[in-house]
Ligand binder design. Structure first.
Ligand code: AMP
Length: 183
């Protein structure tokens, strides 16, 4: 089966989770299927060849899972982006706006080296604020962006806009499957 069809068949939509109005895409089912997870990793590495990045950064929470799979397969170092207060060492922090209020993301100051090329990984692109904050962190740490890989993109939220505003090109933003509203 085509990868997008296979993903559509297993990714569940949970209405009103974690709060009313949010249609939550549950990708845990992808990781329950090793052959499908393998195909996702292969596809992401086809779009971002191993030679194009030096380090993989995964965004909490499900981006940590997908990111480590990609780092392991490509034999590249891995580092986590986490919510404030979770990382034990010295951190860089970037805040971003949510629909209601604000959130922030942190990474260890020494997670990447000067000039290293970073592939950021997350499960899902919604409004783009999280991935944009991760992009700013990578650059503040002195590293360069190879691109960002998502399993899922919510096409109706224009999450690409804040990433393009950070100076990334369309080719640097890749998702394996794009969902329309109500899908
Ligand atoms: P955003 O900053 O709006 O692009 O949100 C992306 C982050 O929030 C990702 O780390 C996702 O895991 C999570 N997220 C946002 N919306 C959803 C959703 N509808 N289903 C699953 N995860 C979501």
């Amino acid at each position: 089966m085509e990868l997008t069809k296979a993903l559509k068949a297993v990714i569940r939509t949970i209405p009103d989770f974690p709060k009313p109005g949010i249609a939550f895409k549950d990708v845990t089912t992808v990781f329950q299927d090793p052959a499908l997870a393998r195909r996702c990793v292969d596809q992401i590495l086809a779009e971002f060849p191993v030679s194009s990045f030096d380090v993989v950064g995964g965004i909490e929470a499900r981006g940590l899972i997908l990111g480590t799979l990609i780092a392991h397969d490509s034999e590249r170092p891995f580092f986590p982006f986490r919510k404030p207060g979770k990382l034990p060492w010295k951190t860089l922090r970037e805040s971003y706006r949510l629909e209601y209020g604000e959130n922030a993301l942190e990474m260890h100051v020494d997670a990447v080296g000067e000039g290293q090329r970073v592939l950021i990984v997350d499960d899902l692109l919604a409004t783009g604020g999280t991935a944009a904050a991760a992009t700013r962190l990578v650059r503040r740490a002195g590293a360069e962006m190879t691109g960002i890989a998502f399993l899922v993109e919510l096409g109706y939220l224009d999450g690409r806009a804040p990433l393009l505003a950070e100076g990334l090109t369309a080719q640097q933003i890749r998702s394996l499957i794009i969902f329309g509203e109500g899908e």
